[in-house]
Design a protein around this ligand. Structure first.
Ligand SMILES: Cc1ncc(COP(=O)(O)OP(=O)(O)O)c(N)n1
Ligand SMILES: Cc1nc(C(=O)O)sc1CCOP(=O)(O)O
Ligand SMILES: [Mg+2]
Length: 548
């Protein structure tokens, strides 16, 4: 089934264009909206008490509608919403679709696609454009022209050609304009193996090595990055994608989830990448976040049932159902929060006659930017009560609170995240339990561990011991060289830990290592008479170091 440019093309439908006529004739031409600056000025002028403007990352999807709601525009809007981005939409085609496949396609006339693009791009400060179903050469060209007129920060091209049910969604003649015109404007192109094969004239893609070659060949058409998705290669036990930035190939592995509910994964992945780029992420980070999101969404939706066909939709908003609903949690992790990381210790609190709550309160008063409860000897019930009390304090001060090791405690008190080590639950498993909105840290002593933490969807790594410590028994000391090796290899922000105190914290930060965002400290803050004074002193040392 091939999509014709202007009308209903599915053979099972009458070729009536009444829907399209209605669409075109019902909207009299209006004058274009005022330019964004003028409108913003008027709005502000109208309200003397105008609130501080909050950035809202904005993705425009240019794609087809899926009546079944699992893919296309509908998936894009849900994916962006799940990741906190606003999603506007230009509909290129209306499909009649369900879990069995595609029953019909109405292509929206090119001039009306142009009009939709004009409406959104001229007014609504789009950060990133993401494309899905572009049914004809004309549609691809209209899009290219609009993007030249209204440039955006990034363009994500998901070269949708064939639906997972095998229905053709873009004429084969569009291949050449995709390759010759659109790809050159793209920041990333995300074909699956079937699409990559079609783009390259039907080459066979069976192995990861074939995927690498395909990524390299597609890169030559002009996009800045290529992601060849291997999810359809069912022989392999995990879902491996190949990312290529023109220099380096990176294999991204995800666990293959056994489920029929995979309809819309490609659209979702591309929309998640677009959302992360709109928030300012680097391309590789955006891809990794997107992959983790899809994996988590499939995991949480694997047993859901809607429809009778072979391929069902999945739940993009699964985190609304995840305990503890993420209500009131920090909106997102910011690496600078690692600047002064206070890690509590039950033994030290007891020694100095402080409650956990008093220790946390004092650290925050002294300027800690993130707190971890590392309560190795507390009883569970007592620990949970203390954790809940600390959450109150942390929430009201805007300081994230993480729990060491204990995912159960983190869930029960709705903590902002968890820190795990190499012998604790893996970050991947923690992510499954906590959902995408929480902060996950992993202790790493080697580049391989740092790579694994990133693969597992962690947000930061703790690296140490930088110096010898008596707080953690038998902890190997890495020294500055070990810290440097891990920081250089890490794709995640790093906090240094182990034996750090007021005399040496400055020397750690003065190393100026890439990704090193701060220091994590236990005894130099908590094994002292005044936690407030020690934290304040440490904060001023770090602040002075980072100024010089
Ligand atoms: C920020 C930070 N980095 C490293 C650790 C150590 O975690 P782990 O290796 O799991 O050891 P324990 O803390 O559980 O003894 C940490 N807690 N925080
Ligand atoms: C909890 C912990 N983890 C470490 C690691 O190397 O991963 S060192 C450490 C103890 C840090 O305590 P202090 O600041 O008192 O030296
Ligand atoms: Mg641990």
């Amino acid at each position: 089934m091939a999509a014709a440019p202007q009308q209903s093309v599915h053979p099972s439908l009458p070729s009536s264009t009444s829907t399209l006529r209605l669409l075109i004739s019902s909207s009299p031409r209006r004058p274009p909206p005022p330019p964004p600056r003028a409108r913003r000025y008027n709005r502000l002028a109208a309200s003397a008490s105008a609130a501080r403007e909050m950035p809202w990352p904005h993705v425009l999807t240019v794609a087809g509608s899926d009546s079944g709601g699992g893919a296309g525009i509908q998936a894009d809007i849900k994916a962006c919403a799940a990741l906190g981005a606003y999603c506007s939409s230009v509909v290129t085609a209306v499909t009649a679709q369900n879990t069995a496949g595609v029953q019909g396609i109405h292509v929206v006339p090119e001039e009306f696609i142009r009009e939709q693009l004009n409406s959104v791009l001229s007014d609504m400060s789009v950060d990133v454009v993401k494309t899905g179903m572009l049914p004809s050469i004309g549609v691809v060209r209209v899009l290219c022209e609009s993007l030249k007129k209204f440039p955006v920060k990034a363009l994500v091209v998901d070269p949708v050609m064939v639906s997972t049910s095998g229905d053709i969604l873009s004429e084969s003649s569009t291949l050449s304009v995709y390759r010759d015109e659109l790809f050159a404007m793209a920041d990333i192109v995300t074909p699956n193996v079937k699409e990559a094969s079609r783009l390259l004239g039907g080459v066979s893609l069976r192995t990861v090595s074939d995927m690498r070659n395909a990524a390299e060949s597609i890169y030559k058409f002009g996009p800045k990055h290529v992601l060849v998705k291997g999810g359809d290669m069912l022989e392999s036990s995990d879902a491996t994608d190949v990312f290529f930035d023109g220099k380096e190939f990176i294999e991204l592995h995800a666990h293959r989830i056994k489920t029929h509910n995979t309809h819309g994964t490609g659209c979702t992945l591309a929309s998640c990448i677009a959302s992360e780029l709109a928030k300012g992420a680097t391309m590789l980070h955006a891809v990794q976040v997107a992959k983790n999101f899809v994996e988590s969404a499939l995991h949480h939706s694997k047993d859901l049932v809607i429809g009778n066909g072979p391929q069902g939709p999945f739940d993009h908003l699964f985190k609304l159902k995840c305990p503890p609903y993420n209500v009131g949690s920090q909106p997102s992790f910011k690496p600078d929060q690692l600047f002064l990381y206070a890690v509590t210790d039950s033994g030290m609190n007891k020694k100095w006659g402080r409650s956990i709550k008093e220790a946390v309160q004092a650290a925050i008063e002294g300027g800690a930017t993130i707190v971890q409860l590392r309560e190795k000897d507390s009883e569970t019930r007592e620990f949970l009560e203390a954790a809940k009390a600390c959450m109150e304090i942390c929430k009201s001060s805007g300081v994230p609170l993480l729990i060491n090791d204990r995912v159960d405690i983190a869930l029960a008190c709705n903590a902002d995240g968890v820190h795990v080590g190499q012998s604790d639950m893996s970050a991947h498993e923690v992510r499954e339990l906590l959902g995408p909105g929480k902060i996950i840290g992993v202790s790493c002593k080697t580049p391989a561990q740092a790579q694994q933490a990133w693969n597992d969807g962690a947000d930061y790594i703790g690296c140490g011991g930088v110096f010898p410590t008596s707080t953690k028994a038998n902890n190997p000391t890495l020294g500055f060289d070990g810290l440097k090796t891990v920081c250089l290899a890490s794709k995640l922000p790093v906090v240094a830990i182990g034996g750090i105190n007021a005399s040496n914290a400055g020397s750690v930060m003065e190393l100026g290592l890439p990704n090193l965002k701060g220091v994590a400290v236990v005894s130099a803050l908590f094994d002292r008479p005044s936690v407030v004074a020690e934290t304040r002193n440490m904060k001023s040392i770090l602040t002075n170091t980072s100024r010089t």
